[in-house]
Write a protein that binds this ligand. Sequence first.
Ligand code: SAH
Length: 232
Amino acid sequence: MNIYYAPPTQIRSGQAELKGQEAVHASKVMRIRPGEGLTLVDGRGGRYQGKVRDVAKNRVLVDIEDHKQIPEPRPQLILGMGIIKKRDRLEFAVEKAVELGARHILLIRSERCIKKNVRLDRLESIALSAMKQSLRSWLPEVSMVHSLKETINQFPKARILMAHEEVSGGASNYAAAYNKEDQVLLLVGPEGGFTPKEVEYVADAGAELISLGHHRLRAETAVTAVMSPFLK
Ligand code: SAH
């Protein structure tokens, strides 16, 4: 199944409009034609069935035939990850985090980050593709923050879990303990990990430090490992 995306502003009076890359993809790559049926999501839980009315290169008009509102998954999973230096590894981490259900992804310029800037537009388009690929209806927000403090301050109500390789005892069943929460903030360090000062700061803020097993994982693997126990 192929899913298309149109933000809520492009859906009104029983019609949806695909624009930009979405329209090019539909018209040029998928060669969609008037009369064909399609599914589209608005990234805010809206899921629509419609029939194509008109196709131009940069604009595809769809008549809406059915609409469903998909409730936002709970707990809301927020991933705060140190910026990974290698671009392909960072992009992998963002893509997998979306597939596994992240609702917000914060790229943290933590103390041991080597790379300080990212192409947010690229990561947003990866997040969009991953949302469609995984048949999700909520489009995650990707943003950059300057520190762990800023990350935590943005989500004052969230329960915080920090993946920390120095926690002994191996992986625990943390998802079961946090599944009833409204918001869970999951923190994963960059290649060089978090500094002792950062770990202390987060622990003081009430975070639980968790192990992802007895072995050291690469940052992008840790991202997938920390998210997957929450799969439903
Ligand atoms: N500080 C380490 C490795 C960092 S790995 C070093 O340089 O030797 C990158 C991040 O992945 C860590 O900050 C942590 O959040 C996570 N991570 C990796 N392996 C982990 C494990 N076994 N348990 C918990 N977290 C882990």
